[in-house]
Design a protein around this ligand. Structure first.
Ligand code: URP
Ligand code: ZN
Ligand code: ZN
Ligand code: ZN
Length: 558
């Protein structure tokens, strides 16, 4: 059919049409350095039926097992991209990568799971979810969902509960920008934060002041600045800093955790740093440890593994704020927006904008010292024909850049090769941390998520990459697997290449060839009440008991 032809051209083989997806369900990865977020060691990894069965040096296996030699290479959990927009209707068009092409690109770059944002239909969460369930049927890798909230009433409030308790979604995103379409005001944000808290769901914000952006856009148009550079000039870092600070303060007022998506500026990052240092959260870890005393020894052993992740994540926490940088913010600067060629300049248009040189280095520093915790991409791609909708007016350029295929390579090259983070930290910021965020405090459900994913230990899903630190990568639109015809990382090269990707126990990327099957990806449910919620009830109770009873005043008679 025409679709498979299209992908054959792009170098993507369909398993079911004879491109030969590996039928072997038994795999041995020999002699590599196995890296988890808490530990690394030279060991073999044995996989059967999609599950990691053993991780030990010198494993012996029977004939008929496919053996992959990983000597001198790193064997790591597949990447998890916590921020993508596949097949999203946005700004009068639809992103050109859908759940098949976007995921195929991800697998070619070493990412084996992503979490996409469901956009409600006319404010309806359920209708939005049904639309995305349909879009995701062609998935070739595992995925989860966040849900955006664009209006608030009794129906939305009720549906939020259904979404969390029955549909496996544990996070809601509020857009403080995109006035006139997705934007919410402070009243709605407050209602949403309260509802998230009661459901144990993580509130996420796109932090830019949408009213001020609207004003900034008017100013640029009045000045006659209609090109892509007007996009950056109309929404400067101060508007991101303001909205980040406001969202943090409102989340603190409600006393619920907050996740700030796509942190693009020093201004926003410093607000997060300040909040994470403020206050204290002493009850969290002691509560976690105390509760674990009631567990059996076997379970406790596994809990200890979780704690080493949770403790790591908690170490800086004052106010419970998580900051997500995206690859574009970490490695690009805004110079491209001034390019005299519209197709080149417009490909860099995303929101919040890619900032002036200096913000990138500061965000890298914040990732290495723990102020920011995990790296997304905000993969949201439009081709040059779609970008050209805004040829006369930057306000009409569809917002978004690529990154789902490039993230693992660029983070390795920028952060590990430069010595800014360790290899175990690499695994944490590209994979494990999101799972730490889904570790729930209802113990029966802890092991649903971590270490099912984000780890290479016996019992985990076999989502694995093999990275060769001595091999090199090069990025360009001709060879990438996304459907878009441009790449914001065009021409970048560096050390460290993902040579093999294994998803659900199948080798899907090897020898620069993809073998993927539409419909093979699974929906991953994520339970509420992650570790960030630990101790919130106690903090609320002690706050309430610290208040004096209402002051009694006699009525004045004169
Ligand atoms: O420009 C962007 N970021 N497009 C995707 C929508 C969003 O704000 O995340
Ligand atoms: Zn956003
Ligand atoms: Zn986004
Ligand atoms: Zn299978």
């Amino acid at each position: 059919n025409s679709q498979s032809n299209q992908f054959c051209e792009a170098g993507i083989g369909y398993g079911e049409v004879g491109c030969g997806i590996s039928s072997s369900t038994k795999l041995l990865i020999k002699g590599g350095t196995v890296v988890n977020a808490h530990h690394q060691e030279v060991a073999d990894v044995y996989v059967e039926d999609g599950i990691i069965v053993a991780v030990k040096p010198n494993l012996k296996v029977s004939d008929g097992v496919k053996v992959i030699d990983a000597t001198g290479k790193f064997v790591m959990p597949g990447g998890i991209d916590p921020h993508t927009h596949l097949a999203m209707e946005f700004m009068g068009t639809e992103t050109i990568d859908d759940f098949f092409s976007g995921q195929a690109a991800a697998l070619a770059g070493g990412t084996t799971m992503h979490i996409d944002f469901v956009i409600p239909v006319n404010g309806s969460l359920i209708a939005g979810l049904e639309t995305y369930e349909e879009k995701a049927k062609k998935s070739c890798m595992d995925y989860g969902f966040h849900m955006a909230i664009t209006k608030f009433d009794d129906i939305v409030s009720r549906d939020m509960e259904i979404i969390v308790k029955e549909k496996g979604i544990n996070s809601f995103k509020f857009f403080l920008a995109y006035k006139g379409s997705l934007m919410v005001n402070d009243e709605l944000l407050l209602e949403g934060l309260k509802r998230c808290k009661s459901l144990g769901a993580l509130a996420m914000v796109h932090a830019e002041n949408g009213d001020a952006v609207f004003e900034g856009q008017k100013r640029m148009i009045e000045l006659g600045i209609t090109g892509p550079e007007g996009h950056a000039l109309s929404r400067p870092p101060v508007l991101e800093g303001e909205a980040t600070a406001r969202a943090i303060r409102l989340a603190g007022f409600v006393n619920t955790p907050l996740y700030v998506v796509h942190v693009m500026s020093i201004d926003a990052m410093e607000e997060i740093a300040k909040a994470r240092k403020s206050g204290s959260n002493p009850s969290a870890i002691s509560h976690f440890l105390k509760a674990s005393q009631n567990l059996s020894l076997g379970t406790l052993n596994r809990v200890v593994k979780c704690i080493s992740i949770a403790r790591f994540s908690l170490r800086h926490i004052g106010q419970r704020v998580v900051g997500e940088p995206v690859v574009s913010g970490l490695v690009l600067d805004d110079s491209g927006l001034w390019d005299s060629d519209f197709a080149t300049a417009s490909k860099y248009v995303m929101s919040p904008p890619i900032r002036a040189s200096g913000h990138d280095k500061a965000l890298q520093g914040a990732l290495s010292n723990g102020v920011l915790q995990l790296v997304g991409t905000d993969h949201c791609v439009f081709n040059s024909t779609q970008k050209a909708f805004g040829i006369d007016d930057f306000r009409k350029i569809p917002n978004g850049v690529n990154g789902i295929e490039e993230r693992m390579h660029l983070v390795w090259n920028t952060m590990v090769e430069s010595g800014q983070i360790s290899i175990t930290d690499y695994v944490r910021v590209t994979s494990t941390e999101w799972y730490a965020l889904t570790v729930t405090l209802r113990y029966a459900r802890i092991f649903n998520i971590y270490p099912r994913k984000g780890a290479i230990i016996a019992g985990s899903d076999a989502d694995i990459i093999i990275l060769n630190p001595n091999s090199s990568f090069e990025i360009n639109a001709r060879s990438h697997h996304s459907r878009t015809d441009t790449n914001v990382y065009e021409g970048r090269r560096g050390k460290g290449k993902v040579e093999v990707t294994i998803a659900g126990g199948h080798v899907v990327w090897e020898n620069n060839e993809l073998k993927v099957v539409p419909g093979s990806g699974k929906y991953i449910e994520m339970p509420p009440f992650n570790y960030l919620f630990s101790g919130i009830d106690k903090a609320d109770a002690s706050y309430l008991s610290s208040l004096n009873a209402p002051v009694k005043r006699s009525k004045s008679t004169t």
